[in-house]
Design a binder for this molecule. Structure first.
Ligand code: ASP
Length: 436
């Protein structure tokens, strides 16, 4: 082997670039290559297929481990009893509404219509839609190992949730197993990180193929996807959250909107709910008047399991891909998407790009082609900015509602002008668990 030259190891332009920028470059170059090469660009497709296969490889172990860990990390929920139950119900309930908004908007605004892409993924063709009752009955795996081997996502989710609950209930004796799952989950996050390093190249290959085959017609639908996701996010926060604040909480929604500005701005720029946690906790305590005990329990829990923006995005993208490939989804497919995405949000880490991997899960569940994933991957960062902001606004909203219902909301702080609050000293952020 050649000895390495002792060049000062400054990262080169490419290796120093953030992953999302690389993906964007991959997308732009892919579109350009497709435009120049035309149908010949199909020869670049295998690079994309390699990436898609690597994602497929991740889905089962990643979802299984991260869901088990998601549930066991809720151990405190049991200790906190009523508060925990309220928070979890609000988190999951609002997530289901968010994905319904995403599905509704994408149905009406049809961002993927007219693309006429052709399914080359055998999984997606000739799929018989099961009835809803069948789907519900099939959710319980008769053989969990079989479910893992067959990649039956819904069954895997149900088993993982059950196992997580059982491990939590088993107390001390189950601790080694919990630790094992925690360390396996960490390894899977690492593997995901490694696979995502392939994303710029995979996106390049697939975009070249798509642009070569379908021409520049691909760009407008992508802009539409961005517009629909942003519109959905705005509706979810400005209509639904403020509606809950004024009806369930009987509080002034304008105050809530002022309070969310800081954490939402941090979320928008970092694209990480976990990384935004200090800002969310600060806003919740100092601007909204939520007690320390509620905010330091409900908000870290929310950063882990509450993903309304992510769910909304998954709804839009799933329908976009179905429309782009001309696949009709049945009513039970819609319910399946809502169910999968809501339950999967428990296992979605509050880190940049996690939602994209979970999208592959939703697509697999309803048999949609994963090629679609690489197409939206090019614009994922732009979508991540909006969805993470919504995730964080949802956490803040739930902390306010739970505090109010427990008489732990200082309404004089909530109602006071935010400019007074701005001059307050920094709060302690001992619960910060950022993992960006
Ligand atoms: N980035 C999001 C978050 O941290 C997760 C996602 O990718 O949707 O909340």
């Amino acid at each position: 082997m050649q000895p390495t030259m002792t060049n000062k190891s400054r990262p080169g332009f490419w290796s120093g670039l953030a992953l999302w920028k690389k993906i964007l470059v991959g997308m732009v170059l892919g579109v350009a290559a497709g435009a120049i090469m035309g149908p010949d660009a199909e020869m670049l497709k295998p690079i994309g297929t390699l990436f898609i296969n690597a994602i497929k490889m991740l889905i089962v172990p990643l979802v299984f481990c991260s869901l088990v860990v998601g549930v066991t990390s809720m151990q405190d929920t049991r200790k906190m009893g009523r508060i925990g139950v309220k928070a979890v119900l609000l988190y999951l309930g609002t997530t289901a509404i968010a994905i319904s908004i995403g599905l509704g908007l994408a149905t009406v605004l049809t961002p993927g219509e007219g693309l006429n892409m052709v399914v080359t993924d055998a999984v997606a063709v000739g799929k018989e839609a099961p009835t809803l009752v069948q789907t519900l009955l099939n959710m319980i795996p008769k053989n969990p190992v079989g479910a893992l081997a067959a990649g039956n996502i819904l069954q895997i989710i149900v088993f993982a949730l059950g196992l997580g609950i059982a491990l939590t209930l088993s107390g001390e004796k189950a601790e080694p197993a919990i630790k094992l799952f925690e360390s396996l989950a960490e390894a899977m996050y690492k593997l995901t990180e490694l696979v995502m390093k392939l994303a710029p190249y995979g996106v390049f290959g697939l975009m070249a193929w798509v642009a070569g085959k379908y021409g520049m017609d691909i760009l407008l639908p992508l802009i539409k996807v961005i517009a629909v996701v942003y519109l959905g996010c705005l509706i979810h926060v400005l209509v639904f959250y403020t509606g809950l604040i004024s009806t369930l909480g009987r509080l002034n929604p304008v105050r809530y909107m002022k309070g969310l500005l800081n954490p939402a701005a941090v979320a928008f720029t970092t694209t990480s709910s976990s990384g935004s946690l200090p800002a969310t906790i600060k806003a919740s305590r100092e601007e909204m008047g939520v007690s320390k005990s509620i905010s330091s329990f409900v908000l870290p829990l929310g950063a882990t399991i509450n993903m309304d923006g992510t769910a909304l995005y998954q709804g839009v993208c799933a329908l976009f891909i179905a429309q782009a490939f001309g696949i009709d989804l049945t009513f039970s497919d819609y319910l399946l998407i809502i169910m999968t995405s809501t339950l999967a949000s428990i296992g979605t880490a509050g880190v940049p790009g996690a939602g994209l991997i979970m999208l592959s899960l939703v697509l697999t569940t309803v048999g949609l082609p994963l090629e679609g994933l690489a197409i939206v991957a090019g614009i994922d960062r732009i979508l991540d900015m909006a969805r993470t902001s919504v995730n964080v606004c949802g956490d803040l909203m739930v902390s306010i509602l739970v505090a109010k219902s427990e008489n732990e909301l200082d309404e004089s702080v909530y109602n006071s002008s935010s400019s007074e609050m701005e001059s307050q000293p920094e709060s302690t952020t001992e619960t910060q668990t950022a993992r960006i």
